[in-house]
Write a protein that binds this ligand. Structure first.
Ligand SMILES: [Zn+2]
Length: 411
């Protein structure tokens, strides 16, 4: 088991760019913190060429310096052209990790670039962008082939090879339309990895319902050819159209499936027991309920009713459960207030505010500090437009200046 499967979560990029889905910058920050707590290798935290992201991105890099976001890596996503690299480093000077993306399929080159860019242009710009990113201080760069599954394999290998020569650390194979099946992606990745010897990221979509299977099969192809694999995930599978590979499903299937368990190694830092809380938080922040049959975290994932199943599960849980709910961080009782409840929001006052923080056992050194935090909490509520979670309230109290920066957007 020489090679390893690491996870790069793209919720804060693919998840938020999706139609009708979005997160406030404070919510994106909390998600980065939770991904770090879960031992995820890297979070694709946003778009360093988009003006409204800049304060959030710089403030999150500040959290890296403070050791709050450590050891997780944060990478920005840009187009694979030197102009985007220049702009990204101008706006977010502390950037250390990048993924740069170009369309590689004939379909997109002919019908998206409309003949304005040829295959040669795509490679030339990508190579120049990788080199410029490294000159400007990037510690790692991934080169992304958009629509890789519909790209001629020789051209993909050329793209990955030229990227590697220019200094790229990884090649991201994007099954942008969810066109691959587990067998096709296995063969294609195995071939590219064998010829180019570059670590491979699997970025798959769920248009045909095979996203997790394709991600694992691709990772197997990479490892069987002797390179490391990086699977792109999103929390609860949130992403373009039918979504991306769900984080918890990927973790469980690498750890628990018959063909992977004990044979392929998941990054040992990944902490499955954080699954429940991250899925709940993302569901709340996106305002999208978790389906009852969701893998691992759905309310039916450990429910039994039919006679034979209930009887069997009660005799021995292993009869009808492949893994234990405790492993996902489930099973703790949740306290739901059924009587009086004080919440704080954008119109809240100091008394209610103190009551809420006292319940969390957070004290302020004086009235002035309490007022300052209350003011920020009001803004945070204006910003998220829903009751703040304990994690959000704690964050604002612990890092007020960073919270202020994250919430500041100047059009
Ligand atoms: Zn995508």
């Amino acid at each position: 088991m020489a090679n390893i499967i690491r996870l790069i979560d793209v919720t804060n990029r693919d998840g938020v760019q999706t139609s009708r889905l979005g997160l406030a910058k404070l919510e994106k920050t909390i998600l980065n913190i939770m991904l770090n707590e879960m031992g995820i290798f890297q979070s694709e935290f946003g778009f360093p060429t988009s003006q409204h992201e800049i304060n959030y991105l710089n403030a999150n890099l500040e959290l890296v310096k403070l050791g709050v976001l450590k050891p997780i890596r944060l990478n920005g996503w840009i187009r694979a052209i030197p102009a985007d690299v220049e702009l990204a480093f101008k706006m977010v000077p502390g950037l250390k990790h990048l993924n740069i993306s170009a369309s590689t399929s004939k379909q997109l080159i002919d019908n998206k670039y409309f003949g304005k860019r040829t295959k040669e242009d795509v490679i030339r710009d990508m190579v120049a962008a990788v080199k410029r990113a490294k000159e400007l201080g990037a510690e790692s760069v991934g080169v992304n082939a958009e629509d890789a599954s519909r790209t001629d394999l020789d051209f993909l290998a050329e793209f990955a090879g030229k990227g590697k020569e220019a200094g790229a650390d990884r090649f991201r194979y994007c099954d942008t339309l969810g066109y691959d099946d587990p067998f096709s992606i296995y063969e294609r990745i195995k071939e590219i990895a064998k010829t180019i010897k570059i670590d491979i990221e699997l970025h798959c979509h769920n248009d045909l319902g095979m996203v997790v299977a394709c991600s694992l099969a691709g990772a197997k192809g990479a490892i069987d050819s002797g390179v490391d694999a990086y699977i792109n995930t999103t929390v609860n599978g949130m992403g373009e159209r039918a979504g991306n590979a769900d984080l918890v499903s990927v973790v469980l299937s690498v750890l628990k499936s018959s063909g992977f368990a004990g044979k392929y190694q998941l990054d040992p830092r990944v902490n499955l027991s954080k699954s429940w809380q991250i899925a709940k938080y993302a569901s709340y922040a996106f305002n999208v309920p978790i389906p009852i049959n969701q893998v691992g975290v759905g309310s039916n994932a450990f429910a039994h009713e039919s006679g034979i199943h209930a009887d069997g599960a009660l005799k021995d849980r292993k009869n009808y459960e492949l893994f234990d709910y405790e492993e996902l961080g489930r099973g703790e009782p949740e306290i739901i207030e059924t009587g009086r409840m004080i919440t704080i929001g954008e119109y809240g006052g100091i008394k209610g505010f103190r009551n809420v923080y006292e319940k969390m056992e957070i004290e302020f050194k004086d009235e002035e500090e309490a007022k300052k935090i209350l003011d920020l909490v009001r803004y945070a509520n204006v910003h998220t437009q829903k009751p703040l979670t304990e994690k959000e309230l704690r964050f604002v109290a612990a890092y007020p200046d960073i919270a202020r920066r994250i919430m500041t957007v100047t059009p």
